[in-house]
Design a protein around this ligand. Structure first.
Ligand code: GLY
Length: 302
């Protein structure tokens, strides 16, 4: 098992190990003790891994139930957020309770925001199941919902107690979702780690290189969020590609994945040499590299 310790306003460990999902309960118990817990997930992830996590938490003596919502960005809204709060209130979860986010970026953001606000904050653990959430969104405490057509406009900085990463779960991810996550790793590499960028550029077998890509991307994220947990300066580097990317994402309303939009958003923000290398690496992995909208079309969403 690899452990990365993060010290960003609160400190916590990221655990990375193949098969760790089977003993997620034990690992959670070491930081939270066994008590009341709600696992929040989406329908797709729950069908694949819900029972495994539920069983492991029951074996570790948690009094645990679950709440699931339909997968996808369209669920990241006020109404589903209220449904999670209702599930917490219906369980009478107390301030000693725990929320476990089992899923990708949408689940992590929604469950994290519910944990940050229910009873002014209950404990929270992230079990990210997509490459995007494993390399980026589960770390650093950003939680949010979309509102009024704008992404992530309502949210909180709220750090998890632990992040549990099982690279084995990536085997059930579609190639499109995997590549969308890789776009965030390319972003990390382009801004912080030339060797990682070259590794992704030259990788002959992505599957074999993924553990190293995940680890190096997480080390970048750790270093950035430790220096600037609330994004007053340096952390803005992690938003590379997101200004135009979010506008493309909002314009296309659900047709493109977040990582695909970040991929597109990096190119116009780069100088000629960097843009050419980024474009070529995106094309290598079948990611989009040409924005389909004009500046005028995107401007209202920027
Ligand atoms: N995903 C960008 C950040 O965490 O700041």
């Amino acid at each position: 098992m690899k452990t990365i310790h993060v010290n960003a306003s609160k400190s916590y460990d990221i655990l990375i190990e193949r098969g760790i999902l089977d003993r997620a309960g034990e690992e959670i118990k070491t930081v939270c003790g066994a008590g009341e817990a709600l696992i929040v997930s989406d329908d797709t992830v729950w069908d694949l891994y819900g029972e495994t996590v539920l069983d492991s938490m029951q074996k570790a003596d948690f009094d645990v139930t679950s709440f699931t919502f339909p997968h996808g960005e369209q669920s990241k809204n006020l109404s589903v957020y209220a449904d999670i709060l209702n599930a917490l209130a219906a369980r009478h979860l107390s301030r000693k309770g725990l929320v476990v986010a089992l899923g990708g970026g949408v689940v992590g953001d929604m469950a994290g925001f519910a944990a940050a606000t229910y009873l002014r904050g209950v404990r929270f653990v992230q079990i990210p199941t997509t490459l995007l959430s494993q390399v980026d969104s589960s770390i650093g405490g950003k939680t949010a919902i979309d509102f009024g057509g704008v992404k992530n406009i309502v949210g909180a900085f709220y750090q998890p107690k632990k992040v549990i990463i099982d690279p084995e779960v990536l085997e059930t991810l579609s190639r499109r979702q995997l590549m969308a996550g890789l776009a965030e790793a390319i972003k990390m590499a382009a801004t912080n780690d030339a060797e990682l960028f070259e590794l992704i550029e030259n990788s002959a077998g992505l599957t074999a290189d993924l553990p190293q890509i995940i680890y190096r991307a997480l080390m970048i994220k750790k270093n950035v969020v430790e220096q600037d947990p609330r994004e007053t300066g340096l952390r803005k580097v992690l938003n590379f590609g997101h200004t135009i990317g979010h506008a493309v994402e909002s314009f296309n309303a659900g047709k493109l994945l977040h990582g695909e939009c970040v991929a597109l958003g990096m190119i116009p923000m780069s100088g000629d040499n960097a843009a050419a290398r980024i474009k070529s690496v995106l094309e290598k992995y079948g990611l989009p590299s040409k924005i389909g909208q004009s500046a005028e079309e995107l401007m209202p969403f920027l």
